[in-house]
Design a protein around this ligand. Sequence first.
Ligand code: ZN
Length: 395
Amino acid sequence: MIGLQAEVNIGLLGHVDHGKTSLTQAITGKWTDTHSEELKRGISIRLGYADASIYYCKKCKSYSCSEKCACGSKTTLKRRVSFLDAPGHETLMATVLSASSIMDGAFLLIAANESCPQPQTEEHLMVLNILGIKNIVVIQTKIDLVSKEEALIHYKQIKEFLKGTIAENAPIVPVVANKSINISSVIEAMENFIPTPERDKDAPPLLYVSRSFDVNKPGTSIQKLKGGVFGGSLSSGTLKVGDEIEIRPGLEFNGKINPIVCKVSSLHCDGGPLKEAHPGGLIAVGTTIDPYFTKGDALMGTVIGAPKKLPDTTHILSISYNLIKRDFNNPYIKKGEVLVISVQTTTTIGTISESSKKELTIKLKRPVCVDTGSTVAISRRVSQRWRLSAWGTTK
Ligand code: ZN
C-alpha cells in the first residue's frame, strides 16, 4: 500500500487541560499521546501527531472525516491534514516553538470553564504572532461545563483577548470535544481559514527535523538493523527513496562539526509508506546512518537537504530584535546574559556577546544551520521559569 500524505500541518495550541487531546481524538479518532500504540506503530506516533482525511458531503454541505456522511451519502475527499500536538503537560515553551516552526496554521483552544486568558494561552498566541502564523481557528472547548450565559461572557473575554493580535479576525467555534459535539463546524472553519499553502515542489528539498529516533528493538541482529530515522516536514522540494541527502549541522568529531551525507532508505507518513514525499504533512525519513546517532531525539533541530545546498553551520547568530511586552520586568538584553534561543526546530542555550537596543550577537551552545531572515525566539529566566521575552530575525 502506498500512503496518502497530508498536505498541511495544523498545530494544536492552548493551556494545559484545555482539551487538545480530546479534540484530536474527536477529529481523527486517535490519541496523540498513546504510548502503547507507539510500540506497535513504531514511527508515526513518536512524532506527536495524527493525520486525518477531510471529506465533504455535497448533499448536506457539511464536512466530516468519514467516507460516508451521517445522511448515508458517499462523501468526497478534500485533503489530508496533519495535526501536531505540542504535549499538554509540557511547560517548556521550547517544544511549542519548535513545533510551531513547521505549522501552516493553528487551532488555539480555550476552555470555557476558566477565565480567559490563562498564562499558556497568552504565550501560545504570542508564538503565533511572532512566527506570523495568521491562519488560526479559535476553539472554545468544554462549553458543557458552563451555563449558556457563562459561555457568552467567556466568548466576550476571548474577543477582548484577541483584539489587536494576529488572531483578531479568527473564527471562534464552540465545542464539546469528548462528546463530539460541533466537530463538523471545527472542520468547516479549518477548511475555510487554514488553506494549504503554495509550495515549491521543484526547489531543492528542505526538511526541518522535529524528532529523531532509533526504531530497532533491543537485541536486533546487525543484519536486520534499520538505519536512523528522522521526523519532520518538508518545507520545499521532494524527497525520494534512494536520494542522497545531507544533514546539518551533523556530528561532532574531534571538536569539529561535520555534515552527515547518507541516503534515504525509506519514507513514511501516517497513511503508510511513500516512494516520494512532498511538502506539507509530517513524514518519517529512514536513512542509512547508524541508528545510535538518532536515538532519543539526539539529532532534533537538524536540517535535511540536498548535498552542498544547505546554509553554513554556525555557533554565532547576529540578529535584530524586539522585546515583547510582558507582565514581568523585561528590560533590554545585556551583554553576558544567558538565554534560551529557539530557531526553526532547534532550541539551545545562548550567551549574549554583544548587545544594543536593536541588535544582538549570540554565541550558541549548539550549532545551527539557518538562513538569513529566520525567526529567533528568546526566552529569559524569570522566577525559575523560562519565559518568552523577545524575538528577532537572523541577519
Ligand atoms: Zn450528508
